[in-house]
Design a protein around this ligand. Sequence first.
Ligand code: HEC
Length: 284
Amino acid sequence: MIKKLLCALALLITCTGANASGGEFPLDRAPNRINELTSLQNGAKLFVNYCLNCHSAASMRYNKLNDIGLTDDQIRTSLLFTGEKVGDLMMGSVSVKDGKRWFGVMPPDLSVIARAKSINAGPTGSDYIYTYLRAFYRDTSKPTGWDNLAYPAAAMPHVLYERQGPRELTTIVTHQHEAPGGKGPAAWERVTTTYDSLGYATSKTEKLSNYRGHASTEHKFKALDASRTSAYDNDIADLTAFMTWMSEPIQQKRKQIGVWVLLFLGLFFVVAWRLNASFWKHVK
Ligand code: HEC
């Protein structure tokens, strides 16, 4: 019985593991800044200034930002446009009709995107957001002029590209293809494609004879303005932390309460155990 249970448990663990790593593009780990108020505040600023143009966060009110240390006055002066109130919901300015007409899809509401993405992109979804916002590359052949490695053919343009600075992308695909006419052994080749900082692609193909490895795809970004790009990474870590906080503002409190509950249960166990021993001491 126990053996069967253990087997089932092992199976469950391997299955969920396989599921989490099922995505094609490997995700970078988002730095954990959920407890750092200055990071959350910077993230909130970036979010309101750059994302609410298209997206909404309809489960958030501006004054909820009090919880991450911003006063109503700070919210009013640095985050609100004229006419908005601190009690307002974070509504974007794009209607469903315009969203569909402009982008082909409506930009999704971002209130709980960090949790929504956790279903198929790692434990928290934060890693996905952190990777997605750093995986844009210019590609002139795409409708928006941009594409994204973590979400190929995304309808969202790279709205923060000026903050990230210019980059080049090189992809190296090693693969096997059938010999012409299906005769003879399949041949291996390596295709190296470089997208320059303006999005023009150049590609070269080498034949690999005697290749013994397996098929692979590799991506390398080269920052042409390294200091801007590393400042951008830092900003995106903050923005991701903010979006993670927003998807469950009570998260920190829930974890703190959890620790106290476990401590209490531990203590209670000791008391119950000793009491039990003393009650039964004289009963033989
Ligand atoms: C110009 C409009 C526009 C702006 C500004 C914009 N987005 Fe988007 N975003 C979109 C559209 C359109 C989609 C839907 C993409 C699709 O499904 O192809 C999207 C999708 C997303 C997704 C979901 C991706 C997925 O895998 O489903 C995330 C996360 C996201 N945006 C984050 C952001 C963040 C963070 C900002 C602010 C830095 C931002 N967006 C700013 C238009 C925009």
